[in-house]
Ligand binder design. Structure first.
Ligand code: ADP
Length: 255
């Protein structure tokens, strides 16, 4: 073989290719590690309710027929854990589907009445006051409504779990931006935890979250859905005062 000397330009091009190849490998590696972490966290989360269900059902099998108190305790615990597991698997599916391209169609919706409909189901099932406030009569957007509903359900679910009093939904428009905020007057979150609440499986107080059925996935799913709209999800909170989570949309707004 005869060696052909490389020109300076070819050397530069090769160097650029090398850098971009390395970056691609790093990205793939990060992605792979995240997937592995997700899988192991998800299995860990599923293990706890399964263990509780298994031990309570063994207890029922052994002593339950004779002891009414055991029957009641076991059925209650199994039911609670089954509901937790159902919510967790729903969230796992939602989290997994976020990494796939969506085939759903955007549609034109009026945001205030859309929020009203969702609030109504929460009022009925949660027996809680939910107030909708807006300076506008109507605000229109082109959006995948099922996805926006998923986000609102997560935020309202949290507001119900971590507060006892009324909840407000504030919807406003400023220029081509729309703000949909879910505001509660509950326990609030301290600044050091607030930095992490959008991370997958992060919970401020896992024993409390276990009781309320939390799994630490809700806010991370909500954020990735809002980001898939090209929007932002922001949180403000003060311990003992309450929490406010705001969806900020701009691309979809129809003025
Ligand atoms: P979870 O399913 O545990 O509620 P999320 O991802 O939705 O998971 O929230 C993460 C953590 O942030 C929760 O465990 C809770 O500690 C805290 N959090 C979320 N929303 C609120 C809220 N409205 N008020 C107080 N704490 C909240």
């Amino acid at each position: 073989f005869k060696r052909i000397p490389l020109s300076d330009q070819s050397k530069d091009e090769l160097q650029v290719m090398g850098v971009s190849f390395n970056r691609m490998i790093e990205r793939l590696e990060r992605n792979y590690n995240q997937q592995q972490q997700f899988l192991s966290d998800a299995s860990h989360e599923l293990k706890t309710p399964i263990t509780v269900i298994e031990s309570y059902s063994s207890l029922l099998k052994r002593w339950g027929m004779k002891d009414a108190a055991i029957q009641e305790e076991a059925v209650e615990a199994i039911h609670h854990e089954a509901i937790r597991m159902k919510k967790l698997t729903e969230h796992l599916l939602q989290a997994a589907s976020q990494s796939e391209p969506s085939v759903d169609m955007e549609e034109k919706i009026e945001l205030i009445s859309f929020c009203e409909q969702i609030a109504q189901t929460f009022r009925r099932t949660g027996n809680r006051e939910i107030n909708i406030q807006s300076e506008f009569k109507e605000i229109y957007a082109m959006i995948i409504s099922s996805k926006l509903e998923q986000v609102l359900v997560i935020l309202l679910d949290n507001a119900m779990k971590y507060s006892e009093s009324g909840i407000k939904i504030l919807i406003n428009q400023q220029g081509n931006e729309v703000f949909i905020g879910v505001k509660d007057q509950g326990v609030g979150i301290s600044p050091e935890h607030l930095l992490h609440v959008f991370e997958r499986f992060y919970r401020v107080d896992s024993s409390r979250a276990r009781k309320t059925g939390g799994n630490g996935l809700g806010l991370s799913i909500a954020r990735s859905i809002v980001e898939s709209f090209g929007g932002k999800l922001e949180i403000q909170s003060e311990v003992g005062e309450g929490t406010s989570v705001t969806i900020i949309l701009s691309h979809q707004i129809l003025i």
